[in-house]
Design a protein around this ligand. Structure first.
Ligand SMILES: Nc1nc2c(c(=O)[nH]1)N[C@H]1C(S)=C(S)[C@@H](COP(=O)(O)O)O[C@H]1N2
Ligand SMILES: [Mo]
Length: 201
């Protein structure tokens, strides 16, 4: 089955842009929600790894290599399961499409993994088609450590817990496997437009 569909690379705004999903309210500030401490990450030690479904390293970039990949500026709305939303946030990052370009896989699922041990699972499809980025810039500045810098996953069409901070790679898999919050009660998919907050939603 062809999983890796590309395209829509130039899309600048998400579907639903400018609208607030059910049960959400707008905030002006940018709340910080972390399950643990902000890790101290040295760029010299940072890399980003794609692990394929055989467990092999399919691709890996140092910080310097990652930052020389083509990046995009995107303006998107973000929605946290704790009910705050922010509209029109501006990010800079590398599209996951770009990271997976040379990767030959039959996997249908992915787990993002982060410094500090956080994980979150998504259908691979949701990371493709110009819908997900590994973001390193926010509102024209380097992404702050407390918000996931040097780089975080950005998947704005799903609740923000899917946007793993301090992300270090993607593990591709044939089987779905719940991540950190998904294994303790958060919805497996997390569509804010369908209020998929918790297991029974
Ligand atoms: N590594 C890591 N990523 C994470 C989290 C976390 O605890 N650790 N929390 C998630 C949750 S629940 C939310 S709402 C957002 C919060 O991002 P922010 O702190 O930049 O607002 O990050 C998500 N990514
Ligand atoms: Mo969250």
């Amino acid at each position: 089955m062809p999983i890796v569909s590309r395209g829509f690379q130039g899309r600048r705004r998400q579907p639903g842009a400018g609208l607030v999903p059910p049960g959400q309210y707008l905030v002006d500030d940018f709340p910080v929600l972390s399950a643990g401490p902000t890790p101290d990450i040295r760029l010299e030690d940072w890399d980003f790894t794609i692990v394929d479904e055989t467990g092999g390293v399919a691709a890996r970039w140092t910080w310097q290599e990652f930052r020389s990949l083509p990046a995009e500026e995107v303006t998107v709305d973000i929605h946290c399961v704790t009910k705050w939303s922010k509209l029109g946030t501006r990010w800079e990052g590398v599209a996951v499409d770009t990271l997976l370009e040379g990767v030959d896989t039959a996997a249908e699922f992915a787990v993002a993994f982060s410094d500090g041990g956080y994980t979150t699972n998504l259908p691979l499809e949701d990371l493709l088609g110009g819908r997900a980025w590994v973001a390193f810039g926010f509102e024209g500045e380097d992404l702050e450590p407390e918000h996931g810098g040097p780089a975080r996953l950005l998947v704005p069409h799903l609740y923000f817990w899917k946007s793993a901070k301090w992300v270090r790679g993607l593990r591709l898999a044939e089987q779905d496997e719940p991540g950190f919050w998904e294994s303790v009660g958060y919805h497996n998919y997390g569509d804010p437009w369908r209020e998929q907050r918790y297991w029974d939603d």
